[in-house]
Design a protein around this ligand. Sequence first.
Ligand code: SF4
Length: 93
Amino acid sequence: MADENTAEADMLKWAKGLAQKHGWMLNPDEKQMHTVIRGLVRNKEKFGRPYCPCRLRSGDEEKDRSIECPCVYHRDEIEHDGQCHCHLYFKKV
Ligand code: SF4
């Protein structure tokens, strides 16, 4: 449990840093935001990479690189939809 909490804290720190670097913010709904963070931690532990918890992996490492967080889609999604598919990163309003 302690390890899990540490892994989540590390993932959250990393996500916050990325958001800050790009002028985004994390989902203000903390419950939703933590669900995504937990999903990323789980995928990292299970598959070795922080695959998007909201997309299906193909199982092909090469192909699945595109859905490793931050996925290749996130910039367009944040720009056009206001948030990424998982609702982790939000455009600041
Ligand atoms: S949709 Fe968001 S949380 Fe999911 S991989 Fe892309 S950037 Fe990460």
